[in-house]
Ligand binder design. Sequence first.
Ligand code: PLP
Length: 474
Amino acid sequence: MPQSPLDFDPESMRQMGYRVVDTLVAYWQSLASRPIGQRAERPHLESLLNEPTPTTPQPFEQVLEEFLNKVLPYLIKVDHPRYFAFVPAPNDYVGVLADFLSAGMNIFVGTWMVGAGATQVERVVIRWLCDWFGWPDTAGGLFVSGGSVANLVCLAAARRRYPDALTRGRVYYSDQTHSCVTRAWRILGLRDEQLCILPADQQFQIPLEALRQQIARDRADGWLPFCVVANAGTTNTGAVDPLEALADLCAQEGLWLHADGAYGAAAILTEEGKQRLQGIHRLDSLAVDPHKWLYQPMMAGCAIVRHFEHLRDAFHILPPYLQDKERGIAGVDLCDYGVELSRSFRALKLWMSLKVHGIEAFRQAMEWNLHLARLAEQELRARPYWQIISPATMGIVAFRYAPPHLSPDAADALNRALVDTMIRDGFAMVSSTVLRGHVALRMCTLNPRATEADVQETVRRLHQFAEALASGSA
Ligand SMILES: Cc1ncc(COP(=O)(O)O)c(C=O)c1O
């Protein structure tokens, strides 16, 4: 070395790598004392970053500095301890290093022939997840990019089991379900009229009786009901649909029961999660995202099915140029169980993280997250005019500032404005949604590095800004 025009000598490689590690450690150490980041004007970034393809080489150090000075400041930091918006993405340092290793060795996990060791690790990690959820030995799955694709992969397996699904199939879920589920059905070829989206009840759960009646009506009308998509933690409020009752219903009706647990399913490790997720052992398939509540760097989602071979039924195709993988030692070709052939070693991060920390550390971190959501609720309740729209559930609390002198529309505008005010302030970020027809704010307290003081000060600022906006002084 160096042999190709793209290579460096070993000492330069080391120095470049050390520089990146030093940068990361400094970033991690200073994150809590920095603002969460800012929204950027597009023309500004275009003028800052647009340029023709580079022709002359630049020192690595210089390009790294450019990233730090021109890119990083224009990101809102989803790993920031006070990023309580959407679904936070606090990543574990072991997972970060695992991604570095995996990219550094460019490990391919598409076929057993080429990626046996990595495939086996992926199988082990998926088995751990199946054990947490109480799933039988027949269960299996694979890592994908995230929740959207995990849902898609599981629902493809469901559709495949029902030969008439495309022509007269009907699927059921509540209006609290993540939009990626509707997108998945669209990709899978279902028409809008085949999607039966039921208004959720007061607890933001799927209404069981209405669902039962709808299925009966649909059968009478010639539809083929074939799948219920339950929520194992909605993005809006953390609500979990009644999985046990849904499993009974789906067993009686011969329907596939899938759950989107992208954000919530990992809470099975906690007491609250165990309670809320009762029945999760009876699902046909489940999406769960280690890049959410298992603290892994993006991208890491898992599609898990009760019968692993159902994924193979849905995805396996053998072209001639892959025939070599079928000869000799028999293994598991994960490319036959999902949409990707070239697959990176996403399982490595969770494998290393769980081994280095042990499961108890994860459980404690998650219990802390749940505690912080309850604390946020308590802090809000202690101040006037804050309505709790959905109490702390699976680490999410949803609320709204609604002083009596404001009309519901004016309160909607104020709550929306609060999100922007908080971003401009830079201390913490919350996000908004619409619940029961009105704007609600959400805090999702998934970062294990967030402190009680972070939550308390965030609520204090929310209140201060809300009062100022309501009095017209902001
Ligand atoms: C419940 C739920 N499902 C699916 C998704 C989509 O996951 P991803 O962003 O990893 O594709 C999310 C994202 O927040 C989610 O909260």
